[in-house]
Ligand binder design. Structure first.
Ligand code: PBG
Length: 325
């Protein structure tokens, strides 16, 4: 009879030992809460495909942002839902536009207790729902869109947003917005580049959250789900253009890309656990098919383990409470 030389189970024998040898932890400060604010409403509006998530009024947004700050999370990412939309997304760079007004209100409320971030993309503001402006032939015009992003970025910086989330996937967007900010003295505004953002089915509930007008799809600018190397290339290009942080999105279906990007760049790498990932956990839990708290914490741990330094997640505040306990 011979005994095993290697006994990996030794380090799994008790909660205390497991805690001591755990490689990956999730800290509340590493979580960022995406929040929606809608123009022209007097009460928060629930989003049916995202249980517990609402479109906020400015007032309810301020209160929820203060609660988020008190929970110890690291940041909030604001998305605006305007009342009026047009071809160029005029509401996006209007200082009275909903997202700019909301950013100023949240900054006034929370100061720098959390890092206030704003989505820099036109899709919520255009009447066709695309992330950029259209050329006469109906295609998304990359370089004309860059001008709009620069103007939108400046409006957000003026409103007090500390970090701009460039989620539109236009070529050259990071360098273009950086130059525009620097020229106006906003050298400290942080750029979070959604570098490897994949086109696909997991943004479904978000489209309801922002009343998306999109008819077609985003496959001429967001990445093809089959392409991992291209995600790494996008991240490297964004770092070269001056991105302070790069992101992979969605998170769980793209953990391989996340790990590759982490190994390829030396800036922070974030991941976005998107609306579809959120909705899948909620729906399965609601049916009693999955342990909700267990699935949420395991998913966040797995995303961290794959290489994310921080995670955008609709579970941020709730998870922070569990992680503090
Ligand atoms: C674009 C944007 C989207 C999301 C974040 N920023 C939608 C899209 O690309 O269609 C999706 C986030 C989510 O699904 O939770 N402004």
């Amino acid at each position: 009879m011979s005994f095993p030389v290697h006994r990996p189970r030794r380090l799994r024998q008790s909660p205390a030992v497991r805690r001591l040898v755990r490689e990956t932890a999730v800290h509340p400060a590493q979580l960022v809460l995406p929040m929606f604010v809608r123009e022209g409403i007097t009460e928060p509006v629930p989003i049916s495909s995202m249980p517990g998530v609402v479109q906020h009024t400015i007032d309810s947004l301020r209160r929820a942002a203060a609660e988020a700050a008190a929970s110890g999370i690291g940041g909030v990412m604001l998305f605006g839902v305007p009342e009026e939309r047009d071809a160029t997304g005029s509401g996006a760079d209007d200082p009275r536009g909903i997202l700019n007004v909301a950013a100023a209100a949240v900054v006034a409320e929370v100061g720098d207790a959390v890092v206030v971030q704003t989505d820099l993309c036109l899709d919520e503001f255009t009447d066709h729902g695309h992330c950029g402006v259209l050329a006469p032939d109906g295609s998304v015009d990359n370089d004309a869109t860059l001008e709009r992003y620069a103007s939108m970025g400046l409006a957000q910086a003026r409103a007090g947003s500390a970090m701009l989330g460039l989620s539109g996937m236009m070529d050259g967007q990071v360098g273009f917005v950086r130059a525009a900010l620097d020229a106006e003295g906003f050298t400290e505004t942080i750029l979070l580049a959604y570098s490897a953002k994949y086109a696909g089915a997991f943004y479904g509930p978000f489209r309801e959250a922002v009343d998306s007008q999109l008819k077609g799809d985003r496959r001429t600018y967001q990445l093809d789900p089959g392409n991992g190397r291209e995600g790494v290339r996008e991240a490297l290009l964004d770092v070269e253009e001056g991105a302070d942080i790069v992101m992979v999105k969605p998170a769980m279906p793209y953990l391989d890309v996340l790990a590759e990007v982490r190994a390829s760049v030396d800036v922070p790498v974030w991941a976005y656990q998107v609306s579809g990932e959120f909705a899948m956990i909620e729906a399965a839990a609601d049916n009693g098919w999955i342990d909700r708290r267990g699935a949420i914490l395991e998913s966040l741990t797995a995303i961290r383990r794959a290489g994310a330094d921080a995670i955008l997640t609709y579970f941020a505040v709730e998870a922070a409470a569990w992680l503090r306990a």
